[in-house]
Design a binder for this molecule. Structure first.
Ligand SMILES: [Zn+2]
Length: 219
């Protein structure tokens, strides 16, 4: 694993499937910060903001690693948007790569969770909020996005520990929002309407994954 804050050799932003590389917007950090400030002010003034605790997570045991606020939108799900989908992603890179681009305000994308090969889970966006991960606004609003460390063409990277841990995470999400455990409601990023992304690819073992989600104890 490369050191935090460094780009892995040969892994350019363009090669990471998350978010799409061609969508960079010419805007400085100040512009993002200003927009975020206005949004926060509105939520506070409206009286609709739920109390949130810094570092709180929705999945017990997850490590909180905040994504840049430019890569998600503040919401109050499931009050404002019903949550009825989970979108499964593969990073096309390492765990550290995913966390790094999620922190980058110019990346314009982040998922809610990143699962590492050894099963460790990072939460990067709260489930209350709309993360920009599916490349489809309606899908972003209705879904939780789970990224998995690895590459679509390297199935050996999809370890037992990763499947098991991701399945526990998905089982908890399904329980929280009463989402049926099936392929209509747990979908590949490649199945999201309008996306040009191919993850998690043909080697993701859906039969095994759904069985593990059904069998997982919900904490
Ligand atoms: Zn994806």
């Amino acid at each position: 694993m490369e050191a935090d804050g460094e780009r892995a050799p040969g892994v350019s932003r363009r090669r990471l499937l998350i978010g799409g590389a061609g969508t960079l917007v010419v805007a400085g950090a100040a512009g993002y910060a200003g927009r975020d400030g206005i949004r926060r002010w509105w939520w506070r003034a409206s009286g609709k903001e739920r109390p949130r605790t810094d570092g709180a997570v929705d999945h017990p045991g997850a490590e909180w690693v905040a994504a840049s606020s430019a890569n998600w939108r503040r919401a109050e799900r499931p009050d404002d948007y019903a949550v009825d989908r989970i979108v499964v992603h593969v990073v096309q890179g390492g765990y550290g790569d995913a966390l790094r681009v999620f922190r980058d305000p110019l990346h314009e994308a982040a998922a809610h969770y990143v699962v590492r090969k050894d099963g460790h889970v990072a939460q990067t966006v709260r489930e209350l909020d709309v993360a920009f991960h599916a490349g489809n606004r309606r899908f972003n609003e209705r879904s939780i996005g789970i990224e998995h460390e690895g590459y679509v063409d390297r199935p050996r990277g999809f370890t037992d520990a990763m499947y098991a841990s991701s399945a526990r995470l998905a089982a908890g999400i399904c329980a929280r929002y009463r989402i049926p455990v099936d392929r209509t409601h747990i979908v590949a990023h490649s199945e999201v309407p309008g996306t040009d992304h191919t993850d998690p690819g043909p080697h993701w073992d859906w039969e095994r994954y759904l069985r593990l989600v059904r069998e997982a104890p919900v904490s």
